[in-house]
Design a protein around this ligand. Structure first.
Ligand code: MG
Length: 278
């Protein structure tokens, strides 16, 4: 059931991934105190239009916007709104995607609005982002899906949490296959659940969106009455990072990273695959 891509199809997904990267750059710059999350949605809409790409979020299951903007205790799927005005000290996770010629890209990042953030929030985002890279580094021939889950979980669990206690690895959401649709098989947990088995083998042409979500408290979430906004049940703040990755004959290519993941993968002793568009 896993969709395997040809090198030509991966090149198309790279095109979509670079559009997502452009949306990230523009929305990151626009996430300043005084901006509304609706402003960020408009920025994203314009970047997609400039690239002739479509949003895979708008209309997905009835989702009413181009991107997800999740502020503070919102984990994922926050709906951009005129009424959400960003202020100094906020933390926002922006999830954005693009479709180019039918091929999808999907990625997310956490940003700090203004300044004065508590060190534990900065560390939370660092741990979440780095756990994503640990997961990406596990995308290699011979590994199975569970090895990616284990790499993410192990990284998070080895990080001391400032002030003590454990990070909450969000359980209700995870990564996914990606290709001609945004969400495809297989579902990727951000922790190991032995009842689920090892999952499929990672082979050439396998594409995966890897997206850890981590809170300062509980792993549990609930959905607000708008049917989208996902919050932590204990109100603790969270972070969300995501990249779409392809496994090629020459190694992993991080489709949604401007450098294809080259710099970060080098820290893991891994050479990223050459960029098919370069
Ligand atoms: Mg995703």
């Amino acid at each position: 059931m896993v969709q395997i891509k040809t090198p030509e199809q991966i090149a198309k997904m790279r095109e979509a991934g670079l559009v997502v990267a452009a949306v990230h750059a523009a929305t990151r710059e626009a996430a300043v105190p005084g901006a509304t999350t609706k402003d960020l949605d408009e920025v994203a809409r314009k970047v997609l239009a400039e690239h002739g790409a479509k949003s895979n979020f708008l209309g997905y299951g009835g989702f009413p916007a181009t991107i997800c903007t999740s502020v503070n205790e919102v984990v994922v799927h926050g709906i951009p709104s005129d009424e959400v005005v960003l202020k100094d000290g906020d933390v926002i996770s922006i999830d954005a995607g693009a479709i180019v010629d039918g091929w999808h890209g999907d990625a997310a990042f956490t940003a700090f609005v203004g300044s004065g953030h508590a060190p534990e929030l900065i560390e939370l985002s660092r741990v979440t982002e780095e756990s994503m890279w640990a997961g990406i580094a596990a995308v290699k021939q011979g590994n199975r899906l569970v090895d990616v889950s284990r790499a993410i979980e192990t990284y998070i669990r080895r990080q001391p949490k400032p002030g003590g206690g454990r990070y909450g690895i969000i359980e209700d959401y995870g990564g996914h296959g990606i290709g001609t649709e945004m969400h495809m098989d297989p579902h990727l947990l951000n922790y190991v659940d032995r009842r689920r088995g090892k999952g499929p083998k990672l082979v050439t042409g396998f594409c995966l969106a890897i997206e850890p979500m981590v809170s300062l408290g509980t792993p549990k979430t609930e959905v607000l009455s708008d049917d989208w906004t996902v919050i932590t049940t204990d109100g603790t703040w969270s972070s969300h990072w995501e990249h779409s990755v392809a496994l090629t004959e020459q190694g992993p290519l991080v489709l949604t990273a401007p450098d294809g993941g080259r710099a970060k993968l080098a820290e893991y002793g891994i050479t990223a695959a050459p960029d098919p568009l370069a």
